[in-house]
Write a protein that binds this ligand. Structure first.
Ligand code: MSP
Length: 507
């Protein structure tokens, strides 16, 4: 069995509508999945929904529906978003599915039987809003920060997972595996966190306080609490316990936001896997936040951008292009409608859109719609050709290192290069000449422009799959499936007819 590249995103909380932050992460992972596939790497891409927990239970109570009904409604919203965003996931895992609950139970039983989970009494400060126990050190200036809401002192028995026992192992693992967390600077934050002794992790909640969860297999008075449920989706989605599991596990890449790196993904998850004798995922990619007015865009801060309204106005590909072009993966970015409009008008409208429409128009008018033969014997042509040959490995390398903003920049500098080449060669002037030499120059110019555009459009496939499909279609090509084969400058379209001039990015 060949191992597939297994790629995951965080599973979204089912306690509100999706916003730009959720959309971005799915697009980022989708671009990685599509890039892999174009590199002929079999990829299994999974995303999903995190449905248990107090907030979901409370939300349902307020609404007067069952938690499951509420989750089903929210799942529809998130699934609809995936479709609108053109996300190419292979599976969608919901934590209320039987296949997930079974794996959570199995893992808990296994760890309990082997003494990795124990019961103990615990007294401490509890935040209802954050659904977590707090410590004195969480106070700021002697007070509980606003985000915790009401904090009360409670004593209860719970089940704990032995995290602390694995602390030294984890520090060593992180130091030995430089690329486990990217961007690398985030690893230091995790190591910083690990300088303090780890407490064992409370993994249960008594049912009288929370019943919307997966029951502990060894004590029916409790349900599993948050991370021991949610993180397990990564193995339940690929059938932990079945033979096919090995085709996927270990995951090659977990894409998540920086807020859930430490401790959940960089501390709890590796230790849970280690305790269960499972191999570590290869890499965790922590992206930054979309901000609005200097704060993380989130349901609780109020100001959120609805991706669906932007898609409705400008189409899905411009939206995908914008988030990938504006954000340096790993850093935060501010969302601004003005920036969005300006990218739409400049990069997409003026640079790419104009190139496509004027080129198709000229081929139709001067060459009866058929791609002419180019002769690359002059410096102008050689310059554009070299530009492509130099840009291609750079763009591919940047894409492979998740530096999509820089990769896209390279591609768009090339697209502007094609326009500049046309401005220098002036095919519209050449078309007016009766001179044979000028006629050949015109053919060369248009032939080389078509070939250059074809190459640029193949490179844009992971980010703008629809635009890619449309332009390829007009050039008589199916959507690209293999970059190695299709990113070669070989004038394969010579003698082929082109379709009608499209308007890709209407004003
Ligand atoms: N359910 C947990 C994840 C469990 S994974 C085993 C959760 N859900 S969430 O809905 O709050 O967030 C889902 C993902 O969206 C996270 O990776 C989070 O970082 C990301 N984003 C939520 N808001 C964001 C921004 N404003 N900007 C970018 N991404 C952020 O956490």
């Amino acid at each position: 069995m060949n191992k597939a590249f297994y790629l995951t995103t965080a599973i979204d909380y089912a306690n509100g509508s999706p916003h730009l932050g959720h959309a971005y992460e799915k697009i980022l992972a989708d671009v990685i999945a599509r890039t892999n596939r174009l590199n002929r790497l079999e990829t299994h891409f999974v995303t999903g929904l995190d449905e248990h927990g107090q907030k979901v239970q409370q939300g349902a109570e307020k609404e007067g529906v069952t938690p499951q009904e509420r989750c089903d409604r929210i799942a529809k919203e998130f699934l609809n978003l995936l479709q609108e965003l053109n996300i190419s996931n292979d599976d969608y895992i919901r934590t209320t599915e039987e296949r997930h609950k079974k794996v959570v139970s199995h893992l808990l039983t296994d760890l309990f039987d082997r003494g990795e989970i124990y019961k103990a009494e615990y007294s401490g400060f509890y935040s209802l809003r954050a659904e977590q126990f707090l410590q004195e050190k969480d106070k700021v200036n002697g007070k509980w920060p606003e985000i915790y809401g009401e904090v009360t002192e409670i004593t209860e028995s719970n089940y704990f997972f032995k995290l602390s026992k694995y602390q030294d192992w984890l520090v060593k693992y992180l130091n030995d595996n430089e690329d486990f967390i990217v961007p690398r600077f985030r690893k230091n934050q995790v190591l910083e966190f690990l300088k303090e002794p780890l407490n064992d992790l409370c993994i249960s909640r008594p049912k009288d306080r929370l019943n919307w969860g997966i029951q502990l297999p060894f004590d029916d008075g409790y349900v599993t609490y948050v991370w021991f449920d949610a993180l397990v989706n990564y193995i339940s989605a690929v059938g932990y316990g079945n033979e096919s599991f090995e085709k996927y596990w270990p995951a090659d890449l977990h894409v998540i936001g920086k807020d859930i790196l430490a401790p959940p993904h960089s501390i709890y998850w590796p230790i849970m896997l280690k305790a269960a004798n499972l191999p570590m995922p290869k890499q965790i990619l922590a992206h930054g936040w979309w901000m609005s007015s200097g704060e993380k865009m989130s349901k609780s801060t109020g100001e959120v951008i609805d991706p669906l309204s932007l898609i409705e106005q400008r189409g899905v590909d411009p939206f995908r292009y914008f988030v990938m072009r504006e954000m340096t993966v790993g850093q935060d970015a501010d969302f601004s409608l003005d920036r969005f409009e300006s990218r739409y008008k400049t990069d997409l409208g003026n640079d790419l859109g104009n190139l496509v429409s004027r080129l198709f128009h000229m081929i139709a008018t001067y060459e009866n719609g058929v791609v002419p033969v180019a002769e690359l014997n002059e410096e102008f042509e050689q310059k554009l050709k070299s530009h492509f040959e130099e840009m291609k490995p750079k763009a591919l390398d940047l894409f492979n290192n998740y530096q999509f903003n820089l990769g896209l920049d390279q591609i768009f500098v090339f697209i502007r290069g094609i326009n500049k080449y046309a401005d220098e060669r002036r095919p519209w002037k050449l078309a007016k000449s009766d001179n044979e030499e000028d006629k050949q120059k015109l053919k060369t110019c248009l032939g080389l422009m078509v070939e250059s555009l074809r190459l640029a459009i193949q490179l844009l496939a992971p980010v703008m799959p629809n635009v890619h499909g449309t332009v390829n279609g007009l050039m008589g090509l199916p959507p690209c499936e293999n970059w190695e084969k299709d990113l070669i400058l070989d004038f394969r379209l010579v003698g082929k007819p082109l379709g009608e001039k499209p308007i890709l990015f209407p004003r």
